[in-house]
Design a protein around this ligand. Structure first.
Ligand code: GLU
Length: 499
């Protein structure tokens, strides 16, 4: 494993996805960098769920996230599934903690109960929009209520939310590790809701409290949080806590590099046989090593074609080398890295990974044959499922070539059938079908006949593999075996004779 850098304090990092959808590239990249930072410094990587939006909750989503992290090889150290001493790791199980913390802010004068009804807020919003103010903000009505009165109303059970009392004057300086100081005038910031009337926190309170309670040292998150970053900094300071190191990762651009990636772009990617969802990439035959390498280079300032395993990433990783520059999602690069990492796998490993595709297609797979086939097709695989197109013929009882394909270039049906017969004769006269035994007589037939190797071997290839492109022919025939090769050749002759 990678060397731990003991100059750095052990980092505690986290992803905090909402189980409201599927685990996508953004989540995966966040998780990867979190994992690398934690491992590099001898710290921990945590998974917690921000599951307060019960209307959008998707059953199975939590399991998908955990499964994908395992698949990527970046299993969290602490999570609802793995436990840990800072749990619970689901926000809905931490209600009391948010309550207590909201109360602390109220007591300190940094937050206040707001009793405004949704109808009043809606009316206020419409009025502000009609006045064409540059931003709609809470008008601060409940900010003016005497705290004792407010406390009495709360004690009486009056429905309310808790809002943050954002300073109205001055500026907030928030420091992002990649972007430096970000200065915001406080008047642009709203009195955001911290605790909803149902007692559940908004992201602003929930995430800040959890990060503090879980002793998170580095918050890596999406750049979509930059607009409310000053609020988060203010909340942390209002509690009097130390701030974590904040890292807002780069935004993703469309494959063309022009404009931000949208839902529509994701749908287009799916139509092209790609996906931005990790679980889909897995079933599309991408391997975690390739996917990780591809993801790592989106927002990490290493050379764009750098081939790295997770261990190599660990050796080189530092948050100082992350970059805020937008990263284009380029699926051709994914293919490139996937193929490259497939070629780095040991044969036994790769054989084990392609086997389920064959068995899934109903083929019976002999392991010794599979181990011989794997090196023959390894160079050609972009995704694991490509093995089916290249190598199913090995395991089939019989192949069904397209008769037209059996006609060699520049020859007619009759001539092609003659060649097939001649080849059959040669092969059936030989004691076995090993590469060394069959190649010399076939080559001397090619020479004496005045035909080209392409013509003769082309017919033979289509006859025994059923396809025009295949792994090396002689090696393939050896694996298929004498009896089956002869059978297939015979069938090809019959097909030619029927044309
Ligand atoms: N639930 C938030 C999201 O999925 C978490 C953001 C964060 O990492 O703080 O965007």
């Amino acid at each position: 494993m990678g060397v731990e850098d003991f100059r750095l304090k052990p980092a505690r990092t986290r992803i905090a996805p909402s189980p409201t959808g599927r685990f996508h590239l953004g989540n995966a990249r966040n998780a990867l960098f979190d994992y690398l930072l934690a491992r590099k410094t001898g710290g921990q990587f945590i998974l917690r769920f921000e599951d307060t939006d019960r209307n959008r909750y998707v059953p199975g989503s939590e399991e998908e996230i955990a499964r994908v992290l395992d698949w990527m090889g970046i299993t969290p150290d602490e999570s609802p599934f793995h436990g840990g001493q800072y749990g619970p790791y689901r926000q809905t199980e931490r209600r009391d903690i948010y309550h207590q913390h909201a109360q602390i802010l109220v007591d300190k004068g940094h937050a206040y109960p707001c009793f405004c009804s949704p109808e009043r807020l809606e009316k206020m919003r419409k009025e502000q929009e009609a006045q064409k103010l540059d931003r709609v903000q809470y008008d601060g009505l409940c900010r003016k209520i005497d705290p004792d009165d407010a406390a009495r109303r709360v004690a009486n059970g009056e429905s309310h939310v808790i809002r943050f009392k954002m300073p109205k004057e001055g500026t907030t300086t928030a420091h992002d590790h990649l972007r430096g100081d970000i200065l915001t005038e406080n008047k642009y910031m709203d009195d955001y809701v911290l605790l909803r009337s149902n007692g559940l926190p908004t992201y602003h309170l929930g995430a800040m409290v959890d990060d503090h309670e879980m002793k998170i040292t580095h918050v890596l998150r999406s750049a979509e949080w930059l607009p409310t970053f000053p609020l988060h900094v203010q909340i942390v300071r209002a509690f009097g806590w130390d701030e974590p190191v904040w890292v807002h990762l780069s935004v993703f651009l469309k494959p063309s590099g022009k404009g931000k990636m949208s839902k529509r772009d994701s749908a287009a990617a799916m139509k092209d046989g790609y996906s931005i969802f990790l679980d889909d990439l897995r079933s599309l035959g991408y391997i975690p090593e390739g996917v990780l390498n591809w993801i790592a280079l989106m927002g990490w300032g290493v050379a764009e074609d750098e081939l790295m395993t997770l261990d190599q990433m660990l050796e080189r990783f530092s948050i100082d080398t992350l970059t805020p520059s937008p990263a284009a999602i380029n699926f051709q690069k994914l293919d490139h890295f996937n193929g490259a990492h497939i070629r780095l796998l040991a044969i036994e490993d790769l054989a084990g990974r392609i086997k389920p595709y064959f068995t899934g297609a109903g083929l019976e797979v002999q392991n010794d044959a599979l181990l011989k086939i794997t090196p023959l097709i390894r160079e050609r695989l972009v995704t694991l499922d490509d093995c089916l197109a290249f190598a199913s013929f090995f395991f089939k009882d019989e192949v069904k070539p397209n008769p037209e394909d059996l006609i060699a270039q520049g020859l007619d049906v009759r001539q092609s059938a003659e060649i097939a017969k001649k080849v059959y004769e040669i092969l059936s006269s030989l004691p076995d079908i090993s590469h060394q035994i069959v190649e010399p007589p076939l080559r001397s037939y090619v020479e004496s006949s005045g035909l080209s190797a392409n013509q003769v071997f082309g017919i033979l290839r289509v006859a025994v593999t059923g396809q025009k492109v295949s792994p090396p022919l002689f090696e393939s025939m050896e694996i298929i075996g004498r009896e089956k090769v002869l059978q297939r050749l015979k069938m090809a002759i019959e097909l030619l004779e029927k044309i």
